[in-house]
Design a protein around this ligand. Sequence first.
Ligand code: ATP
Length: 317
Amino acid sequence: MGGLSATRGGPVTVRAAAKINLHLGVGAPREDGFHPLTTVYQAIGLCDDVTARASVAGVEADTLGIEVSASDWVDAAAVPLDAANLVHRAAVALGELHDRPVGGSVLLEKSIPVAGGLAGGSADAAAALVALDRLHDLGTSDDDLLRIAADLGSDVPFSLIGGTALGTGRGELVEPVGDNGTWWWVVVPSDEGLGTPDVYRHFDRMRPDAPAEPPPADALLGALRTGQPLSLARFLHNDLGDAAIDLRPELGDLIVRGESEGALRGMVSGSGPTVVFLCESSDHARDLAGALMRTGSRVVLVANGAVAGAHVVRAHA
Ligand code: ATP
């Protein structure tokens, strides 16, 4: 949140980052069906840009039109353009809050893989909340933005605030945490997405003994404060990792390959199937990325963290 202030009425572009979970502790399902989480999110420099315009030909001012353009590693066809898109739901929620139509034309420029465990849809929703708020000069308070975000999805509040943050509840209760490092990640997306609900269902089958309280993140939080990659590598933790690897055994092979090529540690990102590798430095990350491409990975990206949450990057008169 924050950044430049938009000129009323002109197109507004807001950038929002992918998230990875440095610690993802998952408890047994609650009565409402959600799993209680203790998670540490980090926003990394792999971002979607969301541009909202008042209207273009064919789009009524009070309806929302969504278009997508995507980097070549993103399956643009998998992004819904109708009411199923989280951006659409964000516009409806803002409209309900302010009791007025919130429409326009929204362009999603996606670099975050779809259904990748990187919260790309949540990033777009957070960016759309900020972009549409500025475009229509709604003046929504941060508290209201965070409340709407939590209703849209568990990861959306974090996508608004960015940085490195502790998430509790079902992940929607976020507070920034101390982080003294600049962390370098190699990010390896999969050609095919993995549905988050499928991975949670598989977790339930594999872990009928999951505790009511998710495992705490204290060790990881201590490692973040040291700023030392070796220390962080030791305490990275993902309770969904085994379930994702059981569904997609090749993810386990990829982690072994990356670690044998010198990564400090590899792990599944969130519910997968993206795998991330922690490196010591930007040079180390670039070397590892090269090695992974030489040994069979088609798409390998390098990103650093932590980066900002949803923020305005362009606002035109
Ligand atoms: P998470 O880790 O938060 O579950 P993810 O990164 O695994 O998310 P997303 O990229 O958010 O997955 O997409 C999950 C599904 O959400 C997609 O398969 C798609 O049908 C739907 N979706 C809704 N809005 C969007 C959007 N703006 N971008 C991508 N997918 C979206």
